[in-house]
Ligand binder design. Structure first.
Ligand code: ARG
Length: 407
């Protein structure tokens, strides 16, 4: 079916990373599926790659036009910051560094396709990952009329065969043929899979990490950092106001220096399989931790508790590719409403792979009332009122016990 779709597409916009798979997609779409024109789009998400060589590689691989887009600012502002406000951790742990980038790339692909009059978009994802789900579903929800071509899901070539196919089409084999890992990276972090990591008992070797130091190489002196938030958004580190991108870069540096932000987990993919994932997301995890703490100080108890459920649903749906769906919109309404009072500062001590919260304050929104909390002489809490409260609170369980604990 896809093959027929491919044959009917004339002009296709392909999401392009510069890697072998997406490079091979270019001649494959043209030769096997009869696509007339492949336009590539490469996104700068702060992954640190030089984009000009990538742009040229697409042209060498047969693209008729090769576009690059700097998406770092919207990535952090419109995708990462909402995730921080949501304390989004998939299955309680993974801060969605890869997942958050996909709806943005999808949105950009659709926009480029519209501008250039393309009748399809394409990506190089395989058939067992989450990213294909995210791209297909996001594109389908933004532009239901646009075809999505997925050559790498159809071609059934092994890695070696893909490289050989590329070489026959003039695409040079990757320099680092030996690198056994599958790595996805952007400014929020890195995800490392495959190769020796497929054995869930095999400890990741140090070479897989790039943003975080090994504990043995971190400073012996700890470091205290102060992160300031305004209405749920991080705005300053150590008293220095920073734009969103600079702030995430700074958070990455600080946390990475102290070896904080590594993770080794078994994760449940959308397609039903468990996979072993290594992540390093130093800045993002640091910011989420600080944000959670500030919420503890500034949100009412019932709002915090209720928000934890919303956060988990939000993380699930972002992981599952439903960014542009109606539930996301509805949950965002709740989340945005809660963030109006999340303003203040959180102090964290970084040391040897840990980030320990050691202080928090909010001049405008703190719900911590010293005269209520204190055990000192200025205590204003009415201790005697507790008696009546506990009498009523404990009533149901005492009545239950009277019936069921007759000895
Ligand atoms: N398991 C992570 C996620 O689903 C990382 C995916 C990495 N993607 C990749 N193409 N290597 O978000």
């Amino acid at each position: 079916m896809e093959q027929e779709q491919g044959a009917r597409a004339k002009r296709v916009v392909l999401a392009y990373s510069g890697g072998v798979d997406t490079s091979v997609c270019i001649p494959y779409l043209k030769r096997e599926w009869g696509v007339e024109e492949v336009i590539t789009f490469a996104a700068d998400l702060g992954q640190g790659d030089e984009l000009e060589p990538i742009r040229l590689r697409a042209l060498e691989s047969g693209a008729s036009r090769s576009l690059v887009g700097d998406l770092i600012d919207p990535f952090i502002r419109d995708f990462a910051f909402p995730a921080i406000r949501a304390n989004a951790l998939y299955e309680g742990r993974y801060p969605l560094s890869t997942a958050l980038a996909r709806p943005l790339i999808a949105r950009q692909l659709v926009q480029v396709a519209r501008e250039l009059g393309a009748d399809a978009v394409a990506h190089g994802c395989t058939g067992k990952g989450n990213d294909q789900v995210r791209f297909d579903v996001a594109i389908g929800s933004l532009a239901p009329d646009l075809k999505v071509l997925t050559p790498a899901r159809e071609w059934a070539m092994s890695r070696e065969e893909t490289i050989a196919y590329g070489e026959r089409c003039g695409i040079p084999a990757p320099v680092s043929k030996k690198n056994p890992y599958s790595i996805d990276l952007n400014l929020l972090g890195r995800s490392i899979e495959a190769g020796p990591l497929e054995d869930p008992m095999a400890e990741p070797s140090e070479e897989v990490f790039a943003m975080t130091r090994a504990i043995g190489d971190t400073p012996d002196e700890s470091q205290v950092v102060e992160i300031a938030f305004e209405q749920g958004n991080p705005v300053a580190i150590d008293g220095i106001g920073l734009d969103p991108v600079s702030l995430v870069r700074r958070a990455n540096e600080l946390a990475g220096l102290h070896g904080f932000g590594r993770m080794d987990i078994i994760e449940n993919r959308v397609v039903g399989i468990k996979s072993r994932e290594i992540y390093e997301t130093p800045g993002l995890l640091l910011l989420i931790r600080a944000h959670q703490e500030l919420e503890s100080l500034t949100l009412a108890a019932d709002v915090v508790r209720y928000k934890r459920q919303i956060e988990s649903s939000w993380a699930d749906l972002v992981y599952q590719g439903l960014w542009f769906g109606p539930l996301k919109q509805a949950l965002d309404g709740f989340l945005d409403c809660t963030q109006a009072t999340v303003t203040g500062v959180v102090r964290i001590r970084l040391h040897k792979g840990t980030a320990m919260v050691i202080g928090r304050s909010s001049t405008s929104d703190s719900l911590y009332v010293p005269s209520m909390a204190t055990y000192g002489s200025d205590d204003r809490f009415n201790h005697r009122a507790a008696e009546g409260f506990i009498y009523v609170w404990g009533m149901p369980i005492r009545l239950w016990a009277a019936t069921h604990r007759k000895s």
